[in-house]
Design a protein around this ligand. Sequence first.
Ligand SMILES: *Cc1c(COP(=O)(O)O)cnc(C)c1O
Length: 949
Amino acid sequence: MRTDSFALRHIGPRESELKEMLQTIGVDSLEQLIYETIPDDIRLKSPLNLPVALSENQYAEHIGKLSAKNKVFKSYIGLGYHQAILPAVIQRNILENPGWYTAYTPYQAEIAQGRLEALLNFQTMVSDLTGMEIANASLLDESTAAAEAMALLHAVRDRKQKKENINKFFVSEETLPQTISLLSTRADFLGIELVIGEHKNFDFSSDFFGVLLQYPGKFGEVHNYSSFIANCKEAEIKVAVAADILSLVKLQAPGELGVDVVVGTTQRFGIPLGYGGPHAAYFATKEEYKRNLPGRIIGVTKDVDGNNALRMALQTREQHIKRDKATSNICTAQVLLAVMAGMYAVYHGPEGLQYIADTVHYSATNLSAELVKLGFEQVNSVYFDTIQVKAKAEAVKKIAEENEINFYYPDTETVSIAINEATSLEDVNDIIAVFAKVAGKEAEPLKELLQNTVIPTEIQRKKEFLTHEVFNSYRSETELMRYIKKLERKDLSLNHSMISLGSCTMKLNAASEMLPLSNPQWGNIHPFAPVEQAEGYQVVLKRLEEYLTEITGFSATSLQPNSGAQGEYAGLMVIRAYQESRGEGHRDICLIPSSAHGTNPASAVMAGMKVIVTKASENGNIDVEDLREKAIKHKDNLAALMVTYPSTHGVFESAIKEITDIIHDNGGQVYMDGANMNAQVGLTNPGAIGADVCHLNLHKTFAIPHGGGGPGVGPICVAEQLKPFLPGNPVIKTGGEKAIGAISSAPWGSALVCLISYGYIRMLGTKGIRKATEYAILNANYLKERLNEHYKTLYSGERGRAAHEMIIDCRPFKVNGIEVTDIAKRLIDYGFHAPTVSFPVAGTVMIEPTESESKAELDRFCEALISIRKEIGETSAEDENNVLKNAPHTLQMLTSDEWNLPYNREKAAYPLEYVRENKFWPSVRRVDEAFGDRNLMCTCPPTEEYAEA
Ligand SMILES: *Cc1c(COP(=O)(O)O)cnc(C)c1O
């Protein structure tokens, strides 16, 4: 046996356990199980054409060689991306720490207080710097955040504006090009007319509902917007500002000018460029718009003992849950990156950020002065970090690149230079030397930076920021390391136990896949660097596209979307562009089964489609006759069907080909939601079922960690006819020949984390990747059979099998007074994260073990659920005081001198033997959701509040 095979490490059960597991399931072989699970007519006949597996060591060598093909130049390109310094203490203790990166979205607040606090810090930091009342816990990137701002301002138009259909949105021409491209992609189907122009010439009397300004402008000029904003308010036009977060340390906060929304990226707070991402965008607004705010907000509440606790606020407000009433489809965001950026602020504090912003600014002013001395004209008068120099771009470029320096060249006569945190005095001198050479002169190197500012007093920041204790307490590495650890310990992640969240695929995120992310050869490449400098990336991204194309059975792939939901939107927009090209742009009906994930209808609405919900039959499958009827009825306008496969009920529906045929026969395209691709890889694929496009969640099936709610990558894979329309980028050419506009800021989305999926595929190879799927199905069916006597499983395939996940029904326990939430919280006492609660069926849990969990862990989980089932039997509807209702139990309550509960402490804390040696203590008791929503607080509470509680 080759013990260096990665599959051995990635897959949980041992070969020696296979027989017993198959016996429990009641099949003779894995082949038989797969035969009974996947319908015959869609099973692949031949193996995938992927490279053979590399061992972990071979992969390390391979990816190291590729990294050397990237040329890491000093980047002064700017345009929304700046080199930043990731403090090593954050790199080691968060980015490289599975305790942080393997967590899921904090659905179970009691075991997520650590990252909830880190996100509250992030929100507080954003609120402080922007001067706004409320901020969310991140969005995908600056451009999508700007689009969300536009959508929010459109949604909150007053009655009169709605009645008169005021639909024009003004965008300053100084806005980043990728943002303008993305806004025009989005605006079309929202019925918004974009007007792009110079803000100085804006006509306040005309019919606009909102404006977007860039602060500072894309080439660095800082305008005093105060009278412009005052005029907008006068004219009842709402204002959004895309602001550079570091510049806000020195510039007056937009919030002080009364704007409605501020957005931007927090990339330059310590996050590697990574050839475009992932980075956390921020979104801050006024409290009055809290119900329209896209993404997640963390809020303060109390637990049942009255202690302060955190949780996701206003969850029912979560946009995609509103389905076709949603104005945003955001689900996965950028939690890990937000945690890191927030921690950067904790590490540096106000004085550290001040020093960094000052140094950046002085470097820019000193550089400008020196270049003027050399005889160049510098165009910007008020600027923070970016100057524009008049010079022959071609001549400068040649010498700059010889010196491994990248500038940005807006035209043949202009050089734009954006200074960043990593720019040293030596770097400034290197830049001066480039221009001296161009001018044929000698330049005297600067010995120190003069503290010269060009920011007039009236727009300088005067208001204090980051005054909260958390930003002023952890300056030494020892202190910060312990603070990070303190938070980490409160969270249950994959390094403690299985997280069986159905539909989320919480599989192993292997260390070998993660290691390359720390390599600056991957980290320090600007997304708009000349493509020939990013050869390593180009090889990886192109191959990854090819592998995903092969795996899905399609023709092409775009890696641009930064989440599954963005993939959905991208895929639907590609369908629309294709239909438009055939003179069928009127097609706008989207059929969606009732069991679909909330992002499906939300994305369809954003793509300008009308959602028609199709019924589920008794056994949970799509009601084919209902679907047929609706497809025929709408055949003249049918755009698409969105279908999840295997279904969100965890079943391979055997009618799938009939379903896709019905859609094609009636003129529509089939969109497959690929969130459940972990049940398909190597065995069947979207091409085989007759779909035309799908998204994949690389953060589910392809091993990118969830990071506590992001990053994600949601590539779309398409059939031949859709290939020409894959999304483009306005700065770097990518996408199809007739590309739709940008879906994300960066040409290849979150390129850095694509390395993880690339590694996953290279190390598993053709055989391993198929085996992973088989074991995912094996593990799910093993659980199903083991739990069979104790819980009722809802839905299974025609031959009685689940796919890679399954639903167990908790509704019958209502007679015992037990709700599904009680079971979820009691599982915490047993050391487990709850499965997915109440999706897709209310009152149930959906369990997805993944292939990475061992038989021993599956057995422990089963024992826990079986023991809970017994406990349920001991309760009654009148009984409000039992071990389930009171769960989870904290160490504090168990060690208190007082104990008057009707069961003993041992039962509360150590209900099974295995719990004794690996106990996870929740840091708070059950949180009060309603209290927090009534008393919304989304920034760090004053310390006295904690003291009081
Ligand atoms: C996770 C999921 C999505 C959304 O993906 P994000 O990456 O969170 O945007 C869509 N559909 C299904 C079925 C999912 O499970």
